[in-house]
Design a protein around this ligand. Structure first.
Ligand code: FAD
Length: 388
């Protein structure tokens, strides 16, 4: 095996990095994960992830972790309704969606990000993840790299894999191509103990998720586990909108006033989100890598997941792609069919870029559709209309 006796450093312990660590360890490879979070209990933010059969689910399968995954699936959380600005339901699959564990393409089981991270952490050999390891820079040493971290530590690795997300610090060692702003900013809203805090919205979701469209604006939301809900107000805005506007993201009164103005046609059922959610709300400008990006493969450093191909989340592919990248990269690095590591990495990168370009195009198209004036009609054309 080309990576026999080599030290592998994975920078970043998100879904992509941890999947890779697990898959390489199953093949007997020596691997360490350097993660900037202070410890394993750091709160993992963000919406739950639905696993797609051909990618995230396939990686879990290969990692021998499907049993653990099935135990922690958020039952029913993948069911959805599509509503208008008055919360009138036009589509619902609550009666028709197959169960989570069916493995069917039409069932996309959801899991919270924290639960997914725990599954991988529990599967790794002790001391695999080095917490509080915020990568800063690296320089060439012998055939590999000397990596430097904010905590003052420096370590040598023969091969470095950047799994450190959208603002990757490894990526600049591979390519100068940068992500562009997609034109959309999402404002994240978290509701704890939703049955009490936002009873009407909680009842509307009925254990599943909601996509609400009206007048070019939308609200997307769903279960986060433990009775919590997570929402995104997703809007077309300038790149610096969230930094340059006068909104105080911790001031609920101001945020509600903003909503009433910007979402003026939306009914009062949504107000409880602003009155009772946790603050601060978190604005997230959404970035995207160019579809035609390419670079010359290096012999001892590569990247996966958002570091390689961050894309808008409107196809639900990002984490799935990151995990599938890990699956393919682990196969290439441990295969006997390549003459050199550079060949193995090149084979992975060529396929990864093709796959990512297709998913990115889909997510950009979906994003356009979801933020158009007639988004409700367009989305019903995709999913069907069964409850008008
Ligand atoms: C609003 C929103 C909704 C989304 N919804 C979905 C969805 O439904 N389905 C889906 O599949 N995807 C979704 N995504 C995309 C998904 O979150 C990402 O694609 C996925 O998390 C990428 O995984 P990753 O492992 O590549 O990177 P990340 O999850 O970003 O993990 C990177 C890790 O690296 C660590 N790190 C960062 N910098 C450093 C450093 N310098 N040194 C050390 N460690 C570092 C971070 O702490 C983190 O743990 C969504 C994204 C957004 C913004």
């Amino acid at each position: 095996m080309l990576i026999h006796n080599k030290q592998i450093a994975i920078v970043g312990g998100g879904p992509g990095g941890l999947t890779l660590a697990r898959l390489l360890q199953l093949k007997g490879v020596t691997v360490k994960v350097y993660e900037r979070d202070f410890n394993k209990d750091a709160r993992v933010q963000g919406s739950p992830l639905d696993m797609h059969e051909g990618s995230g689910w396939a990686a879990l399968h290969k990692a021998n972790l499907l049993d653990e995954f099935n135990k922690r699936v958020l039952a029913g959380a993948d069911k959805k309704i599509i509503v208008n600005e008055r919360a009138e339901i036009f589509f619902s699959d609550h009666e028709t969606k197959p169960g989570e564990n069916s493995g069917s393409n039409y069932s996309r089981p959801e899991i919270s990000r924290g639960a997914l991270r725990r599954i991988f952490l529990e599967s790794l050999q002790p001391e695999t993840v080095l917490w509080n390891s915020h990568f800063i820079s690296m320089e060439k040493q012998n055939e590999g790299w000397l990596l430097h971290f904010k905590n003052g530590a420096s370590v040598y690795a023969d091969i470095v894999i950047g799994a450190d997300g959208a603002n990757s610090k490894i990526r600049p060692y591979i390519t100068n191509t940068k992500a562009f702003y997609s034109g959309v900013t999402m404002v994240e809203i978290n509701v704890y103990d939703a049955a009490k805090a936002t009873p009407h919205i909680h009842a509307l979701l009925n254990g599943g998720k909601v996509m609400a469209f009206g007048n070019g604006n939308n609200i997307l939301g769903g279960q986060k586990g433990n009775g919590d809900l997570g929402f995104y107000l997703s809007l077309k805005a300038d790149e610096n909108w969230s930094a340059n506007n006068d909104l105080n993201y911790s001031d609920k009164t101001q945020l509600l006033a903003w909503f009433k103005k910007e979402y003026s046609e939306w009914s009062s059922i949504w107000y409880e989100l602003f009155e009772n959610a946790t603050t601060p709300f978190v604005p997230r400008p959404i970035y995207c890598m160019p579809l035609d990006q390419t670079w010359k493969t290096l012999p001892n450093v590569t990247m996966l997941g958002d570091a390689a191909h961050v894309m808008p989340p409107f196809a639900g592919e990002g984490a799935n792609m990151a995990m599938f990248d890990a699956l393919e990269l682990s196969e290439c690095l441990t295969s006997d069919k390549y003459d050199s590591l550079q060949d193995a990495i090149s084979s992975y990168e060529i396929n990864m870029r093709k796959r990512a370009a297709i998913a990115t195009e889909e997510s950009l198209k979906n994003g356009e559709r979801m933020h158009s004036q007639d988004a409700l009609e367009k989305m019903l054309a995709v999913f069907g209309r069964n409850n008008s």
